[in-house]
Ligand binder design. Structure first.
Ligand SMILES: CC(C)(COP(=O)(O)OP(=O)(O)OC[C@H]1O[C@@H](n2cnc3c(N)ncnc32)[C@H](O)[C@@H]1OP(=O)(O)O)[C@@H](O)C(=O)NCCC(=O)NCCS
Length: 197
């Protein structure tokens, strides 16, 4: 796929580069990132080198794009968001933000941009497809991740249940929540999420 910058004028998403390695290493020391994702703990500079230098380029080649989240064009990376191809015109969304950049709607805006990119028809441009033409986006989070659930609920995902031992975290299976968004779901938050999530 052809990487392109996505923006709504408040947040900028582009492909992370080697220049982002040190800031990713620094931001990923934040305990909540290790707690709620499957990223390595402790997070080492070599993890960022491998992720940015190898995993992100191969992800883009395999319909599993990752973007840096920035608050201005060419600004410092403040978080990341990505899609992992599930096959069958479906992908799983994942994201994190540095703790200093939370509670101001940045990830809510980033998720909206990525959902739009994922669902737009993948008409080929001169240098490759410019979107993905997916039918379904899926979100899975370890049970108790209310901050992530709030972002995904605002994006219009429907809660679909709890999967026991549904996701692996550093060698341990944990229960997870699952939610989905279809390309033709109505826009806006869905009201019928269970109380307390
Ligand atoms: C999940 C995570 C990215 C959510 O971060 P966040 O700052 O809560 O999300 P947003 O950037 O969308 O900000 C939303 C918050 O900003 C507030 N906000 C302010 N202006 C806003 C706006 N214009 N639009 C939306 N929200 C706005 C919201 O009310 C919300 O705060 P609240 O939860 O206190 O109500 C963050 O907690 C994180 O990185 N956690 C660790 C990693 C993780 O869990 N990743 C997900 C794994 S499934």
């Amino acid at each position: 796929m052809r990487p392109e910058t996505l923006t709504d004028g408040s947040v900028w998403l582009d492909v992370p580069t080697a220049a982002d390695i040190d800031v990713v290493t620094k931001l990923c020391q934040e305990p909540s990132i290790g707690e709620w994702t499957s990223m390595p703990v402790p997070y080492q500079r070599s993890d960022a080198v491998e992720f940015i230098g190898e995993m992100i380029p191969s992800g883009w080649a395999l319909r599993s794009p990752t973007w840096a989240v920035r608050t201005r064009p060419d600004g410092d990376l403040v978080g990341m968001i990505g899609l992992t191809d599930n096959g069958d015109l479906s992908a799983e969304i994942g994201f994190w933000l540095g703790s200093a950049f939370r509670a101001r709607g940045l990830m809510t805006a980033a998720v909206a941009l990525v959902c739009d990119y994922a669902f737009r028809p993948d008409e080929p441009g001169p240098a490759g497809p410019v979107a993905m033409g997916l039918v379904r986006l899926e979100w899975r989070a370890f049970v108790g991740n209310h901050a992530s659930a709030a972002v995904i609920r605002r994006a219009g995902f429907q809660f679909e249940g709890t999967i026991r031992a549904g996701a692996m975290q550093r060698g341990t299976l944990r229960d997870c929540w699952i939610a989905g968004l279809l390309h033709d779901d109505p826009p806006g938050p869905v009201g019928d999420w269970p109380e307390g999530i």
